[in-house]
Design a protein around this ligand. Sequence first.
Ligand code: G1P
Length: 293
Amino acid sequence: MSDSNFRKPVRKAVFPVAGLGTRFLPATKAIPKELLPVVDRPLIQYAVDEAREAGIEEFIFVTGRGKTAIVEHFDTAYELEATMTGRGKSLAPLDPTRIEPGNLVTVRQQVPMGLGHAVWCARAVTGDEPFAIFLPDELMYGSPGCMAQMIEAYNEVGGNLVSVLEVPMEEVSSYGVIAPGESKGNLTEVKGLVEKPKVDEAPSNKIVSGRYILQPEVMDLLASQGKGAGGEIQLTDSMAKLIDKQPFHAVTFNGRRFDCGSKIGFVEATLALALDREDMGAEVREMAKKMLG
Ligand code: G1P
């Protein structure tokens, strides 16, 4: 296949949101973790806004039982709009995230079998197009956003892309790790990929940080992908099989990343974003100073 086959526009994005969020119990007993707010926006909205900024048109949520509220968050809220209008106010500036009617699709992942399985559950909707993946636990903070930076790289090299960042070597076992080839600017060739390696077997300290652009062929590989690290069907293992067959690069995100899958990361994101807000940053700074004595 010629390279031009790996350069179709990226219009669709998959959001795996079926996870149970056990690390945030009891907060996540009745509320999906993706709806926990960082300041005043639910976590999922940061990912969806990042996707829209990057030109994504179709939003595919891989959900499960108890996750319906995520979909409702992107609905029109008639009661709220009517009430606000009645008060002479507009909801629009407070709720800028709109998904065009028909452009939000949900598929179900009935059984928790891993990220690779979750992504595969979206295959009928992604079809024969390349697609982006957003893991909403990772809050990527920067302008332009992480996916916009990746799309810019995609326009240059096509194929498959993951976002990466460097972590201290002792942390690599929690992530997918790349074996890096040549680098140019923010782009690095990907020569290998391994999911949750032992520290002394890791090919680098460059970890995959929750944003992907993948070619549709990955779905065929996922269909027959056996269990990998942690006994789960790993996206990383199928992606690894694309290397050498299709272009595969990593983009080092120019911005900040918060791991909102952990409590510390969530608190860090909340504080960092609050400090950065024009409407409250100064007050938050004063408050934090006082608290720290
Ligand atoms: C998943 C991916 C891993 C990636 C990580 C980023 O792992 O499998 O490759 O580095 O997300 O957050 P998980 O966090 O689901 O264990």
